[in-house]
Design a protein around this ligand. Structure first.
Ligand code: CS2
Length: 487
């Protein structure tokens, strides 16, 4: 038997949290792009909570590429389960998904939902590459899907293209705009998305620019909950706990945080009631999270992989590596951060490291290692640039970069797949490497889609990166990693 309203009714007696609101009364007020695991353990959870007191916040999920989530959730009436992994793991069934659309099958159905006046919020978890940005932070007009959307605005392929078209349609039908809320790990995510949409509209529909500039809220956000990919172990645990099969369960740690910039308009969920922080100071929260948590994550992903570890918690058991990461967070990253109101950065760092050590979370380093060309420019490079300008050390901060270079080279040498939108170009760079630090570092630094010419030509940075690259060259296990990190 699969998950359904009927089967869910039984679960309440098993101490499993289930939707207790009338799902038939739920109306769609949210359109979300990118219904992946993180969205479903995070935003969809908050909106599920909101539905217990306000039926307006049901979600229409939009997948830009595949039908997988639709084919899993529709047979379950949109229901799915979350395993919350901690000392006392628990399960929860989420009922906030009312509709799942696959954009390539029917772009018009997506646009109709976005234009519906009940839709007040459009959210997105489309990962860094989904914004189609260039290195300068503007819209990448050379992106094939952006080029398509400019030619065929009525049948978009990109999130930016859908936003531009739906906003034009809402404007022409006299509807207020919706709030556009990016929920991805980009610095200044709302500002970047707004700039991308305005770049697109300026090129395709210039008479709409003033209205978008003046009327459409693009709040910045910080989102946080560690979400390992769904695996067979989770499916088995869910089936045992619920007594029914969930076609696509998800899992996360107990910790979850959502901070939204205070610039929303129109009817809203009672954010405070569901644990969401709405504040003017989102930048402080976002910068701390992106550079401390995500910067440490990427460091563990690449250095830990070189040493043969497979999960965050196993890498954190390596004393030399855990000590290195903690020192980098405290001495190299924290130094340049201004603590947002109410956040003690020293305690935040210790809390993040505790979360990384959670033994119930099997968070694969290989998953975190995906899309390095899109992640490291937000997680590591800004801190390096600021530390260079401030005369602070970049020696430790060059280790994740050097480890990433080795990670790429070893994947190419072993003919392993690189998961990265720029994988082909990265592989070409790796093939030009010969193991000599000066040559290899110069080769990777020549990649202008990731490194600015100003940073690449900085002598202090290059020297530190070459030193780190040399030290990591022969890392093939914990002992060699410990030696490389002690240098
Ligand atoms: C991780 C993030 O996969 C990754 O790159 O660093 O998904 C991380 O788990 C989340 O940002 C935590 O909130």
């Amino acid at each position: 038997m699969t998950l359904s309203l009927a089967s869910v009714a039984v679960l309440g007696s098993r101490n499993i949290r289930i939707p207790t609101y009338d799902r038939k009364a739920v109306r769609i007020g949210i359109v979300h792009f990118g219904p992946g695991a993180f969205h479903r353990v995070h935003q969809a959870c908050y909106f599920d909570e909101a539905l217990h007191s306000d039926p307006r916040w049901g979600i229409c999920e939009v997948s830009l590429h595949s039908a997988g989530v639709r084919d899993a959730l529709v047979p379950q009436e949109g229901l799915y389960s979350i395993a919350i992994l901690d000392e006392q793991s628990s399960f929860r069934v989420i009922g906030s998904v009312k509709e799942v659309l696959v954009a390539p099958e029917s772009p018009s159905a997506v646009l109709d939902r976005m234009v519906n006046p009940d839709t007040r919020i459009v959210t997105a978890t489309i990962t860094e590459k989904g914004y189609c940005l260039n290195k300068e932070g503007g819209l990448d007009f050379s992106h094939p899907d952006i080029a398509h959307d400019l030619q065929h605005p009525e049948a978009p392929r990109t999130f930016v293209g859908f936003l531009a078209r739906a906003l034009r349609m809402r404007h022409d039908q006299g509807h207020e705009p919706f709030n556009v809320i990016s929920c991805d790990n980009l610095a200044d995510n709302g500002h970047r998305l707004r700039r991308a949409v305005l770049d697109f509209v300026r090129s395709s529909d210039p008479s709409l620019v003033a209205w978008v500039e003046k009327e459409v809220p693009f709040p910045c956000t910080m989102v946080d909950s560690i979400t390992p990919a769904t695996d067979d172990a989770l499916r088995a645990r869910v089936k045992e706990a619920l007594g029914v099969e969930d076609l696509w369960p998800v899992q996360r740690e107990f910790f979850s945080q959502w901070v939204i910039e205070n610039k929303l308009r129109g009817p809203q969920p009672d954010w405070a009631a569901v644990g969401v922080t709405v504040t003017d100071d989102v930048a402080g929260f976002e910068r701390a999270k992106l550079r401390l948590l995500n910067g440490a994550h990427s460091t563990l992903a690449y250095t830990g992989s070189l040493a043969g570890y497979d999960t965050v918690s196993s890498a954190m058991k390596d004393g030399a590596l855990a000590t290195f990461v903690r020192r980098m967070m405290i001495e190299d990253i924290r130094a340049g951060l201004a603590a947002p109101r109410g956040l003690d950065l020293d305690r935040y760092i210790e809390a993040v490291l505790r979360r990384f050590r959670n033994p119930t979370i099997r968070h694969l380093l290989s998953q975190i290692a995906w899309d390095g060309s899109q992640k490291l420019p937000f997680r590591i490079l800004p801190t390096i640039v600021e530390n260079l300008a401030g005369g602070r050390s970049v020696a430790r901060l060059c280790v994740p970069l050097a480890a990433w270079f080795h990670f790429i080279r070893r994947a190419v040498q072993a003919d392993r797949q690189l998961v990265d939108p720029l994988a082909a170009q990265l592989a070409d760079l790796a093939k030009r490497c010969d193991g000599d630090a000066r040559n290899d570092v110069a080769t990777f630094l020549s990649f202008e889609k990731v490194f600015s010419s100003e940073l690449a030509s900085n002598a202090t940075f290059r020297a530190a990166l070459e030193a780190a690259y040399s030290r990591l060259s022969n890392v093939d296990g914990p002992a060699a990693l410990g030696e490389a990190l002690s240098g």
